[in-house]
Write a protein that binds this ligand. Structure first.
Ligand SMILES: [Zn+2]
Length: 459
């Protein structure tokens, strides 16, 4: 019956030259299968609940590798293998303590997390006067005279005036990443950073930081946005506020870990590879559902959908589940190195690492010719309320492939609530709506199908 219907549509299109073509019907079948399937949400639940806190190198990360590998094997790819690499992990240790003092009185308990990669304070913690700044320029103006021996409080919020929260994050996250070294330049003994989120709550949001080798390393914590507001208010009433904080974290030596790679071999041009990636690791304090467990599900679903719908791609579809995006991108580097060593031809590289809220569109980073061909795909997605085709940025794990001239694609879901979850305990399985997970997965599989079928990046 279904075949008859498809043939009817094909004949209708042939006669009228208008309306649905066979590719539109394939996309409809991708959405139909996906929207009826419980596989994506079940796999996400298993990953989040059985391997929460799967920072690269952690015991949970190895549990996650086993779970994902088994789930992928059930999806019928031609090959599944592990790509070995080295990761430098980091361990939070005991729960952080952070308190603001007015004189000798503990006045404000701060909900805090050590920032990823930070050194610890040592068992006694650190306590000093706290100096609030909102930019590196402000810090520089205060200089060593006002900063030496103190704790610097970086309190520039993500700017809510940005319509998309991504650039708001981009314009404020430097405080978390480079704040410690910048403050240490003027003799600070520690830093407290406002969490990178637009949400007003008591959950701190961690993430990576980097030390400058030539500057003394000082410990860094982030505090919740509501605590940052309260601390700022307290400082306005009394500039002698002191903060005590204690962390127990440490950086660990290198150990072996892996990317997982799964392929459907191309039926016409097996030597041309479409990389479809997401990252398996997440911060230690969360279940990593939005970042980036859901992304893993989106790209794994390409394998399942192609298999179940009998889609035989012309090119090799290579799903890569990357390790260590959050800290050192060792999975991304290993993958790009291997591509170079083997002189592989990557036709395009897609990544889903912007969560799994409602899918709105796709970004494409490529030359103008390829970009104009990418735009021709818009019409296929309109029936699914996907309208935003734009010049993208290339997500972190596939970004190194840019050096080989590979067009980079990214999924673009709605981001308005993404940073409510990002790198905090709020990023749990329940934060992903099953329907949005499926819509992102179907959009991903449809795009990969069209790129291959319509030779979008062939010159
Ligand atoms: Zn991510």
């Amino acid at each position: 019956m279904k075949n008859l219907l498809i043939q009817f549509f094909l004949a209708f299109n042939f006669i009228t030259g208008f309306g649905q073509d066979s590719d539109s019907l394939v996309i409809r079948s991708v959405y139909d299968n996906e929207l009826l399937s419980e596989v994506p949400i079940n796999n996400l639940r298993t990953l989040c609940k059985k391997a929460p806190g799967r920072l690269a190198g952690s015991p949970a990360s190895f549990i996650a590798l086993n779970l994902i590998e088994k789930a992928i094997q059930r999806m019928g790819p031609d090959t599944v293998y592990r790509q070995q690499l080295e990761v430098y992990s980091w361990n939070r240790g005991k729960k952080e303590e952070a308190i603001a003092y007015l004189g000798e009185k503990a006045t404000l308990k701060l909900h805090a997390l050590a920032i990823g990669g930070s050194i610890s304070t040592g068992i006694n913690g650190i306590k000093s006067t706290i100096v609030e700044v909102h930019s590196f320029e402000e810090l520089k103006k205060l200089g060593s005279e006002k900063i030496k021996g103190k704790i610097v409080f970086f309190n520039q919020p993500m700017d809510p005036k940005f319509i998309s929260p991504s650039p708001a994050y981009g314009s404020a996250v430097y405080q978390r990443v480079f704040g410690a070294s910048e403050a240490a330049r003027y003799g600070a003994i520690g830093v407290v950073v406002r969490s990178m989120t637009l949400a007003s709550d008591y959950e701190p949001h961690t993430g990576i930081m980097h030390y400058v080798d030539t500057i003394a390393k000082i410990p860094a914590i982030c505090i919740s946005t509501l605590d940052a507001d309260s601390l700022s208010k307290l400082l306005k009433t009394d500039a002698s506020v002191k903060v005590f904080f204690k962390t127990d974290c440490n950086n660990l030596p290198a150990i072996k870990s892996y990317n997982i790679v799964a392929e459907i071999k191309g039926s016409v041009k097996p030597g041309e590879i479409i990389t479809v990636g997401a990252h398996i690791d997440c911060w230690d304090v969360c279940e990593g559902a939005q970042d980036d467990g859901a992304g893993c599900i989106h790209v794994m679903e390409v394998l399942r959908l192609f298999h179940e719908l009998g889609i035989k791609p012309k090119r090799t579809i290579r799903v890569v589940i990357f390790m260590d995006e959050e800290m050192h991108q060792s999975g991304a580097k290993k993958y790009a190195e291997t591509v170079k060593q083997k002189n592989e031809k990557i036709y395009a590289a897609y990544e889903s690492d912007s969560g799994s809220l409602l899918p709105l569109g796709f970004g494409c980073m490529s030359d103008e010719h390829s970009y104009s061909k990418f735009l021709t795909l818009e019409k296929y997605f309109k029936p699914y309320s996907i309208y935003e085709f734009y010049k993208g940025h290339g997500d972190v794990d596939v970004y190194p492939l840019k050096d080989f001239g590979v067009p980079l694609l990214n999924l673009h879901p709605d981001m308005q609530r993404y940073f409510d979850y990002h790198h905090s305990i709020n990023d749990r399985f329940e934060a992903v709506h099953p329907r949005e997970l499926k819509l992102c997965s179907a959009a991903t599989a449809s795009l990969i199908y069209l790129i291959d079928k319509l030779d979008i990046f062939t010159k």
